[in-house]
Design a protein around this ligand. Structure first.
Ligand code: AMP
Ligand code: ZN
Length: 471
């Protein structure tokens, strides 16, 4: 598999540290609110990367953190007059609700900053011991950027250029404008932890990821991911901290998703141009949002619009319809061996699986992977409509292939919507209608069709029997 690596600025062949295993870390949400569609992009896409590795037989250890202590969480807690933990607990719970809706699995570990304090304090201490960090007069601990000769390697900017952009503002206690806080001394009424170096306080944002990745995955990991906006300074700083503390490479592959935009501007909380995932889900359904994300390569910008969501909703409905059709036919069909023609057709259908894999192997090109699925579906539909007598063996195999590929993307897997609360009544009416038609009582048959239509049920007469669906 090839992955575009921000570190090398090219698609690199993925070679794991240990054969057959992948260690991945992805920056997770700061839990002070529900997450928006822009945040959903890395959650969906990097969970998918993990799913795909698993599909290809790798054992994946995947870590995605919760930033549960920072200014935003504290401010929100103060606004509501509650403890910061109440806020964090609430939005972690809500994260899982949306993630599950979007088909995003749980990571192997979801560490929280406040529960990783030992590892955080340990790495800060080691940076202090090695002279890569210093305690400022106000008790903050800063990373000494000048002590790291490779600083800037991820964002590909030499130190001098980065420095030109940084300014020390009045009252700052840093040695150098490029230095950044890895530990913040406690302010009155803020949550704080004791430290061996003496200043009670809380961790900076960058250090928590360095500490968690090391604690759960080891000093060197395979893949580190996050949104494009995190390259600088967040990921640059993570590299500096981890590599200076541990004396070895932090991550071999740095993978970044492009922005989700709205009117071609980055969707963000600070700009106010965002949609919460759950609000969009109310309108279009969670799975449509997932389909929308998959419709574009993860590194391309992706613009959010109602039309685009509607289009993806329709595409998803086409896949569901095709799957339901296959399942209906399987139930009615007979024959446990494929005919010669079916065997040949199956060989052709299998080529779409290879197309799917080739697309995913090429830097996880989900847009092309979806195209392969749609081509497969077109072939299956065409064959089924021309072959009323297709065997159960063939239909089952075609269905299995479809479910395998859509299963990797985690779409079209739901069946609960088919457990219709009125299913029994509907089936009974259909049986009555079939009997009426047989007895040439067409008036009664039409009456039943109208009755079903009023219930929102459309029926289709096929050679294999009557198929119904909710409009
Ligand atoms: P945050 O909670 O703001 O730290 O963001 C969590 C994740 O969402 C990070 O990986 C961000 O890079 C990512 N992210 C935030 N906004 C967008 C956006 N508009 N498009 C894509 N990714 C985003
Ligand atoms: Zn991070």
């Amino acid at each position: 598999m090839k992955l575009f690596n921000t570190l090398t600025r090219q698609k690199d062949e993925f070679v794991p540290l240990k054969a057959g295993e992948v260690k991945m870390y992805s920056c997770g949400p700061t839990v002070y609110n529900y997450f928006h569609i822009g945040n959903a992009r890395p959650f969906i896409m990097f969970d998918l990367l993990r799913r795909y590795f698993e599909y290809r037989g790798y054992k994946v250890t995947f870590v995605q953190n919760f930033t549960d202590i920072d200014d935003k969480v504290i401010n929100k807690a103060n606004e509501e007059g509650v403890d910061f933990n109440t806020i964090a607990e609430r939005y972690i719970k809500e994260y899982y609700v949306d993630a599950e809706g979007l088909g995003v699995g749980k990571a192997t570990f979801h560490p929280r900053a406040t529960e990783t304090m030992d590892a955080i304090i340990d790495i800060v201490q080691r940076l202090l011991d090695k002279g890569h960090a210093y305690i400022a007069e106000n008790g903050d601990v800063y990373f000494r950027t000048k002590s790291d000769p490779s600083y800037g390697k991820l964002c590909h900017q030499p130190m001098e250029e980065l420095q030109a952009g940084a300014r020390i503002s009045v009252g700052e206690v840093k040695e150098d404008p490029m230095d950044f806080a890895i530990w913040k001394a406690a302010k009155p009424n803020e949550p704080a932890w004791d430290t061996p170096w003496g200043s009670r306080g809380r961790p900076g944002w960058h250090i928590e990821c360095s500490a968690m990745a090391c604690k759960y995955l080891g000093e060197t990991i395979d893949i580190h991911s996050g949104g494009l906006d995190l390259i600088f300074p967040h990921h640059e700083n993570e590299i500096a901290q981890s590599e200076c503390a541990n004396g070895c490479t932090f991550a071999n592959y740095w993978v970044h998703n492009g922005f989700l935009t709205i009117d071609n501007e980055k969707m963000s909380k600070s700009k106010g141009n965002f949609f919460m995932v759950r609000d969009a889900a109310k309108e279009f359904g969670y799975e449509t949002i997932r389909m929308f994300m998959l419709s574009a390569h993860y590194r391309s910008p992706l613009n959010y619009s109602a039309e685009s969501l509607e289009m993806n909703k329709a595409s998803l409905a086409r896949l569901y319809e095709s799957r339901n059709n296959m399942e209906f036919r399987i139930e009615k069909a007979t024959g446990d061996t494929m005919t010669a023609e079916e065997t040949e057709k199956m060989t052709q259908l299998e080529t779409y699986k290879q197309k799917f894999i080739d697309a995913m192997d090429d830097d996880m090109n989900t847009a092309d992977a979806l195209s392969a699925i749609f081509e497969l579906v077109r072939e299956i539909n065409g064959y089924m409509s021309k072959h009323d007598d297709a065997t159960k063996a063939f239909l089952t195999k075609a269905h299995g292939l479809f479910m395998e590929l859509t299963g990797v993307l985690n779409i079209v897997q739901k069946h609960d919507d088919e457990v219709d609360p009125e299913a029994e009544k509907i089936e009974a009416l259909i049986a009555e209608r079939t009997a009426a038609k047989k007895a040439k009582d067409f008036a009664r048959a039409d009456q039943i069709r109208d009755e079903l239509a009023q219930m929102g049920i459309t029926i289709k007469d096929t050679r294999q029997g009557v198929q119904w669906s909710r409009a």
